[in-house]
Design a protein around this ligand. Structure first.
Ligand code: ATP
Ligand code: MG
Length: 298
């Protein structure tokens, strides 16, 4: 009982002081330097082309909207929203960081799943704060794991939660309309998008599983020059052995193979280390997780 008045007083105090409240929320979304370079992203020709076009809209915005008059037909097109979608581990988060680096901007990462579950009723306020923080810092705003908010309807949830998701969704739509910066969404559940988002997002860029050619480049990237390898271990040998796997899987295989060599006390990684790690990663993909996109290769 005595606790009641205390929590009441606390929440009243917060409500009375919206500025402090916003400042506190803004602190949740700190702009950071991007951790990846776009030049390091390994994607097939089609994904690269789609990304290039999307970047052109950002880089030539003034020319397109002022000089070439697009603002007259698209007055709300001051900002740009991109959606990167595809199977897990295909480089979507990597690309978001790389895009911010390419644009020479800081990045604010919002783990959407986290703000949604951690602050149930607060989600809309956090969304507003995230946009405000991005505006202040001219940062790229990156909503990772944004599946639930982008999809038309979430299944198997209670009505109260359903209501919450809808409020978050309208808040996000409104913020997107008013924002004049760059917003990136990433999702690995592409089905059933809300048409209101589809219309507002300029480009949906698909990240498929890598082809054998891309895998070869992924192996190059993920084998640091300092890593001691037996001569038979090359990107060319490893690429065909890893068909159907993602870049994220390649990273995991390298870590597992290196760990098993270190554990054996070996001075270099052998092809057997990689084969063992590859079958372990394949097995865990089948037994532990199933992706809606499995099997689609560029
Ligand atoms: N296209 C790629 N180019 C370079 N590295 C990649 C690529 N895809 C995956 N990787 C490697 O895998 C790691 C994980 O990739 P990332 O986190 O970008 O995947 P994701 O698509 O965001 O996956 P998820 O859907 O699970 O969030 C990267 O840090 C990188 O080491
Ligand atoms: Mg990701």
């Amino acid at each position: 009982m005595p606790i009641d008045w205390l929590s009441d007083a606390r929440s009243k105090n917060k409500a009375d002081n919206p500025a402090e409240n916003l400042a506190e929320r803004l602190g949740l979304f700190s702009p950071e330097p991007p951790s990846r370079r776009l030049a390091d992203l390994i994607v097939g020709a089609e994904t690269a082309r789609q990304l290039k076009t999307a970047l052109a809209k950002i880089e030539h915005h003034d020319k397109l909207y002022r000089e070439w008059g697009l603002e007259t037909i698209h007055p709300e097109g001051r900002g740009i929203a991109l959606n990167l979608y595809g199977p897990p581990g295909t480089g979507k988060s990597f690309a978001a960081e790389g895009i911010a680096e390419h644009l020479k901007r800081l990045i604010i990462r919002v783990d959407y799943a986290q703000i949604e579950s951690r602050f149930v009723g607060d989600t809309p306020k956090n969304i507003v704060a995230a946009f405000e923080a991005a505006r202040e810092a001219n940062a790229v705003l990156f909503f990772d794991e944004a599946d639930s908010v982008l999809s038309r309807r979430v299944t198997n949830i209670t009505q109260a939660a359903d209501y919450g998701v809808n409020v978050s969704r309208s808040t996000l739509l409104l913020q997107l309309d008013q924002f004049d910066g760059v917003v990136i969404f990433a999702t690995n559940l592409a089905s059933n998008y809300d048409p209101a988002f589809v219309r507002r997002i300029l480009a949906h860029v698909y990240f498929p599983l890598p082809s054998v050619d891309s895998l070869e480049r992924l192996w190059h990237y993920h084998l640091p020059p300092k890593l001691p390898l037996n001569p038979e271990v090359t990107p060319e040998t490893l690429a065909p052995l890893s068909e159907g796997l993602s870049g994220g899987d390649v990273l995991n295989v390298v870590i597992l193979a290196a760990s098993s060599a270190a554990e054996r006390g070996a001075s270099a990684l052998t092809l057997a280390d990689f084969e063992g790690a590859l079958s372990q990663v394949r097995r865990s993909k089948v037994e532990v997780g199933q992706s809606t996109f499995m099997g689609i290769i560029e």
